[in-house]
Design a protein around this ligand. Structure first.
Ligand code: COA
Length: 203
């Protein structure tokens, strides 16, 4: 099997990357729990993916296959979650607004829970943080998810730092274990949202 070419994306690649991410996350459990209304969710998934793409792209840390079917939005070591102004400019209000008042408010408040959980596992240690990883449904199961994490693993290993991520569907835990992550925790967020926390130590 040929190894897919993986490229580092910029803001110019936003449209194609967000299109793939929106397909991948259309029925993602985080969004279905937060926003059970399918019509509303369909309107919200694009702004949600665009927000996370933009804040990762500002850090030069979005990786994708050449056809953009698989996209990994990440934070390199030392990155802070954006301040209020940068978050607003990246489009947080658009994502929250499309989710609707109650879901949007819950979405905004969940940020501090994600932060606190990550701090519990890797706080004080430089680390890579995978904030969004998605593969277009028709291209899943062909090694593209593994491929786009390749540059992150290589950089993390060179720097001797871990890679951290969280996922909502339990089914993803087996996939990430296969990719070299260890399950380090599980937290139940307000509203019964499960959060599985995984960490890959450097090789
Ligand atoms: C989760 C996701 C990113 C994985 O990407 P993918 O391209 O389908 O995954 P890959 O084909 O690279 O597979 C990765 C590894 O997991 C393994 N794997 C896949 N399904 C598995 C399962 N159910 N149990 C155990 N291992 C599994 C694969 O065999 C592969 O290991 P290998 O390379 O050693 O054979 C992708 O399915 C996706 O976008 N899902 C929807 C959105 C989502 O849930 N994103 C993650 C949010 S944290």
């Amino acid at each position: 099997m040929t190894v897919p070419v993986v490229e580092r994306l910029t803001r110019r690649d936003e449209r194609a990357a967000v299109a793939s991410l929106s397909e991948a996350f259309a029925d993602y459990q985080f969004l279905t729990t937060l926003c059970p209304d399918p019509a509303r969710r369909a309107r919200a998934v694009g702004p949600y993916c665009r927000l996370l793409f933009r804040i990762a792209a500002r850090r030069g840390a979005v990786f994708a296959t050449a056809d953009r079917a698989a996209v990994a939005c990440t934070f390199p070591p030392g990155s802070e979650w954006p301040g209020a102004w940068a978050y607003l400019r990246a489009g947080v209000l658009s994502a929250a607004w499309r989710l609707g008042f109650r879901s949007g408010w819950r979405f905004l408040r969940l940020g501090s829970w994600f932060d606190a959980t990550r701090a519990k596992h890797v706080g004080g240690r430089p680390h890579w943080y995978v904030i969004l990883l998605g593969v277009r449904p028709a291209a899943q199961g062909r090694g593209l998810g593994r491929a786009v994490l390749g540059p992150v693993f290589a950089a993390a290993d060179r720097a001797g730092v871990p890679v951290y991520l969280e996922t909502v569907p339990e089914a993803n835990v087996a996939v990430y274990r296969r990719l070299g992550f260890d399950l380090v925790g599980r937290t139940e967020f307000p509203g019964g949202l499960p959060n599985w926390e995984l960490c890959r130590e450097p090789r």
